[in-house]
Design a protein around this ligand. Sequence first.
Ligand SMILES: Cc1cc2nc3c(=O)[nH]c(=O)nc-3n(C[C@H](O)[C@H](O)[C@H](O)COP(=O)(O)O)c2cc1C
Length: 428
Amino acid sequence: MGARDQGLGSESRVTAALRSAAVVPSGAASSCPMSRRAAATVLRAWCIEDLRLLAKKRLPRAVFEFFDGGAEDETTLRDNRAAFERVRLAPKMLAGVSQIDTVASVLGASSKLPIAVGPTGGVGFGWPFADVGIARAAAAAGIPYTLSTMATASIERIAREAGGRLWFQAYIFKKRDITMQLIERARQLGYDALMVTVDVPVGGKRERDFRNHYTIPFRFTRRNLLDFASRPGWALSILRRGMPVLENVASFAPEATNAAEIASSVGRFWDPGFDWDGMKEMRERWPGKMLVKGILRADDAERLAGLGVDAVVVSNHGGRQLDGAVAALDALPPIVRAVKGRMSVLVDGGVRRGVDVVKAIALGAEGVMIGRATLYGACAAGEAGAARALEILRDEFVRSMQLSGVRTVREIGADLLAGAGSAASGGA
Ligand SMILES: Cc1cc2nc3c(=O)[nH]c(=O)nc-3n(C[C@H](O)[C@H](O)[C@H](O)COP(=O)(O)O)c2cc1C
């Protein structure tokens, strides 16, 4: 069976997806500009790595490496990917897999895929209003989208232009009032869940940003000027639209609203003193569903379940915080064992293939979140690129389910793991 048989290679299907993306928010105009040429180019991307290479080609090195890189020696960044590659499946044959249902329950509501788009800050530097493009692509794909506090599109803009199921990600500002005001705006606009990120008490040491002169305050130096000038298409888009603005925090932190500044300022505004008492207070003040992102230990997850938190995202921030932290996928099983039935468990970090979603669910996750996958797509072609990333993951997920012999997401279980189940390994 070729890619075309499942629609991945079909231009008309992608065009239809884009058309439907455009109508999702009841005809609202998108701030994310469209480029027909770039949209045509991403149709030649067959995997997330292809989209990554397209993004690399289009972006100045400093910008690409801000998105692509991790902390210090990047051991955790690499291990996130390696952890997925270490897992082997024992597929079932003769399962009758002509009909596949990818619908899953994610945080208590139906999602067309067991995938949610995670929060990524500063993405407008990769493509103007990429946040909007990614959010609209997520809505078209029928999956949740999480808006970062450090997004280059405001809470209001996303609510107006994206549609779909929206979650808001909060960092805890030293001035707690700022966080509370942002959360209140999200609540009033109908965001259906709050995600509190707890793995950035201080910023990780991201040395690529230092080397690339991606610094605060943003200054053009001879090196980064040459770098930026080497990508005229990108430079033109910035000149036309102006420097991206961190719209959610623009009025609170005027000294750092330029997207380029967050590279080395990451963590500067957050409260390293935020602790369990603060978390308890957050839980009490947010009436809706709450996820806590950045958990790698079973005891932390258990304590959050005790506070009435609805979900944890097992995550090391895509390898951007503590270098040397455990790969997210490796941290997943003990956390699932500790809180199963009491809260949802999602995992992120290194998801690049549809089969990774099967692996994460087989290891006990309710679903995965993705960061760079849609970000690479958006950097290559705005909304069309993000839609392509989701189309690729969807196609690979369906194909992997068929090849694994499972017809529904519920059928994906630990028995698919090679060597894990007695039936698969032939044991008693
Ligand atoms: C460029 C970039 C910006 C990010 N910004 C945020 C953020 O603002 N808030 C947050 O909680 N996580 C942030 N993350 C982490 C992601 O939400 C997610 O945990 C990570 O990207 C998952 O790994 P993956 O990129 O391999 O999928 C960011 C990640 C990247 C790559």
